[in-house]
Design a protein around this ligand. Structure first.
Ligand code: NAP
Length: 255
């Protein structure tokens, strides 16, 4: 019997999970991407791309594809698709599991100012001009046009188009992971005094947080959005173990 699994992805962990689960002989994996990144990295499993049309669209997809399990392995700040996934799974009667990497914890030496939204981060920069590193998605950086007195260093995977209507911005194109030593060199060479970041968690983008700490630089940290309450695991291995358990024949579980 083949179990059909739909993984909502767009993260490194989703790709790793897909690769790990694909090694099982009894599953068929489809990885779903939003289709925002112009040249996404190769995923190694069958991929579908683009939105489903809300929770109802996703529920219809789950029924039509005969999906046996939905895995939400999207980024912790992708709150809409996570809410849609929980609702669609309920509507379609399909089990759902979420892969939720833990957020970073503040440690001694960190100078974090925590805010709830991107708009809150813009306000937290204040009126006095600063030299700000924006390590955010290209959709989010537009909000900083409201504070055009600052210098911005903006790093994104795809080009920020249109460019921000601010007089002083530098653009970098790069895809993680980013090492602490390289992040430190970047912050120093651009004389950055403030980093604006999401609390993404994981190793791949922690380098800038550690580098900011080492340099005594303030981090304006945007808190995580609320996510639906579904069965979840923090690591790829733990989520894969939950999948094993779900698809284990009842006899082997001693049921
Ligand atoms: P979002 O605001 O939660 O979702 C917006 C809409 O995009 C959803 O309603 C859905 O459209 C579509 N969508 C999102 N993820 C999808 C997926 N994996 N497969 C199919 N459709 C998807 O999401 P977002 O914050 O824009 O993030 C988009 C993608 O980028 C996600 O896959 C996420 O994992 C990845 N990502 C996000 C961040 C971040 O900081 N937000 C960072 C790194 C990677 P419909 O309603 O039409 O189905």
């Amino acid at each position: 019997m083949t179990h059909r699994i739909l993984i909502l992805g767009g993260t490194t962990e989703a790709r790793q999970l897909a690769g790990k689960l694909a090694a099982r002989a009894d599953v068929s994996i489809t990885l779903s991407l939003a289709g925002r990144t112009e040249s996404p990295v190769a995923q190694g499993v069958p991929v579908r791309s683009g939105g489903f049309g809300g929770a109802r669209g996703l529920a219809a997809y789950l029924r039509e594809a005969g999906t046996d399990l939905l895995v939400d392995a999207t980024h912790p700040y992708a709150a809409r698709i996570s809410a849609n996934a929980a609702e669609a799974a309920r509507q379609a009667g399909v089990p759902i599991m979420a892969l939720r990497r833990p957020g970073w914890e503040r440690v001694a030496g960190d100078r974090w100012t925590q805010v709830d939204t991107v708009a809150g981060a813009v306000t937290a920069l204040g009126l006095t001009p600063r030299r700000v590193f924006l390590a955010l998605g290209r959709q989010e950086v537009a909000a900083f046009e409201a504070a055009s007195q600052h210098h911005y260093l903006i790093r994104s995977v795809d080009p920020v188009e249109p460019r921000l209507a601010v007089p002083d911005a530098t653009y970098l194109l790069a895809r993680g992971p980013f090492r602490e030593a390289d992040e430190r060199a970047l912050l120093e060479s651009h004389r950055i005094d403030t980093v604006v970041s999401k609390n993404s968690g994981g190793e791949a983008t922690y380098g800038k947080i550690a580098a900011a700490r080492a340099l005594g630089i303030e981090v304006v940290m945007i808190r995580r959005p609320a996510l639906p309450d579904v069965a979840s695991a923090e690591t790829v291995e733990a989520l894969a173990a939950m999948v094993d358990h779900l698809f284990e024949p009842a006899a082997e579980r001693g049921v």
